[in-house]
Ligand binder design. Structure first.
Ligand SMILES: [Cu+2]
Length: 134
């Protein structure tokens, strides 16, 4: 009986230890990659979408990690700008369409993959990005 409990406890501790190790590993990996990015969609397969709400005014460049430097876009966030919420940017033919969009603060942008290949939406430019540059 006691032995059984010990084994159960050991198993529980082992699982916790593994979870902590995995968490630390994940944090370490992110730190190494320097993910100070405003947004990073990860892989967006065909037909899928990603959204981000721009709260502050400013000029925000972004790019597709897979198709940079050709596939880049920009969001201008300006108080008083006329925009719909959410607003839409399509990803098609390895381009963002439109490549430049102006919206007011608080607008959610939805990137929709209308193409056949996967894309990503990452804040910044390929030169400031931390991923591999293609
Ligand atoms: Cu792409």
């Amino acid at each position: 009986m006691n032995r059984q409990n010990n084994i159960s406890q050991f198993a529980a501790y082992s699982i916790i230890t593994i979870l902590v190790a995995v968490t630390l590993l994940a944090c370490g990996t992110e730190a190494e990659r320097g993910t100070n990015k405003l947004f990073d969609s990860g892989n967006i397969p065909a037909g899928e979408s990603f959204s981000y709400t721009f709260g502050e005014e400013g000029s925000f460049n972004y790019y597709c990690e897979i198709h940079a430097p050709n596939m880049q876009g920009n969001v201008q966030v300006t108080a008083g700008a006329t925009s719909t919420d959410p607003d839409t940017v399509e990803m098609i033919n390895d381009q963002f369409s439109p490549e430049q969009i102006t919206v007011s603060p608080g607008t959610e942008i939805v990137w929709i993959n209308r193409g056949t290949e996967s894309h990503t939406v990452i804040s910044g430019t390929p030169s400031t990005g931390n991923g591999d540059i293609y």
